[in-house]
Design a protein around this ligand. Structure first.
Ligand code: ADP
Ligand code: MG
Length: 231
């Protein structure tokens, strides 16, 4: 069985519809979608050791099947600069999460590379009842939530579809670089859209996918948070 089938069957066995962030990111990696380096720790010492290997600064996040929005639960701590900060953050996150939901099952704490701040974009996939797998692209934050400036295309995407989804956004001029916003690597974003299209076409068990946010850089891009929901 390949890595993806193994992750999906494990989730099903445990009765989980939502994959954990490390599971979703591993699936992304299989398709060449760039994600932050990550390792899962099960105690504070292991978290510091993982951070030493990944390189500072790092971000720590709760891994729990019962916590969907990790930051709402106090389950995300960013910009940790040394082993001591990592070990304190580990304890703090567990405390926060226990207070938020005393019954939450804890699968570990994810230690990951801190992606430098940049223009945030989101890539999503849903299954349209009529058209099947459909891919979404937009800029993060207010652009999606307030302005609803997003584009959809039915999968599988051609390279041309991917390009249109990006350049037809109202916010596209921002991606091309504006004032103190550097230009984003459009071809890296096109590639992510095509890889997500491959991923959902090849894995019909995936009901929804959400890469939010992806940091778009002048060269390349990096997925910071990934969610996958199974049928
Ligand atoms: P959730 O959406 O479940 O609350 P996220 O993983 O999206 O949790 O983390 C919340 C926010 O923290 C992100 O939107 C991002 O701004 C920041 N963040 C999370 N992980 C990283 C990372 N590896 N590098 C930089 N910023 C991060
Ligand atoms: Mg998120």
């Amino acid at each position: 069985m390949n890595q993806i089938a193994r992750i999906i069957s494990q989730a099903k066995k445990e009765g989980r519809k939502a994959l954990l962030e490390p599971e979703a990111k591993r699936i992304c990696e299989e398709y060449g979608i760039p994600v932050t380096k990550f390792k899962v720790a099960s105690n504070a010492r292991e978290a510091s050791k993982n951070a030493d290997e990944i390189g500072y600064p790092v971000v720590l996040k709760i891994v729990s099947p019962d916590i969907i929005h990790k930051s709402d639960a106090g389950g995300v701590m960013v910009n940790l600069k040394n082993p001591n900060e990592v070990s304190n953050a580990y304890k703090k996150i567990l405390e926060n999460v226990k207070r938020y939901n005393a019954k939450a099952r804890i699968a570990g704490v994810l230690v990951q590379e801190m992606a430098p701040q940049s223009t945030e974009v989101i890539v999503g996939a849903i299954k349209d009842p009529q058209f099947g797998p459909t891919i979404m692209f937009g800029l993060g934050g207010i652009f999606v939530e307030v302005l609803k400036d997003v584009n959809f295309r039915i999968a599988p995407l051609t390279e041309n579809d991917a390009m249109e989804m990006i350049i037809q956004l109202k916010a596209y001029p921002l991606l091309k670089g504006f004032r103190n916003m550097p230009a984003a690597d459009i071809s890296a974003l096109e590639q992510i859209l095509c890889e997500v299209s491959h991923l959902v076409m090849a894995n019909p068990e995936i009901k929804e996918l959400d890469l939010n946010p992806i940091m778009a850089y002048q060269k390349g891009a990096k997925t910071v948070d990934a969610r996958i929901i199974l049928e």
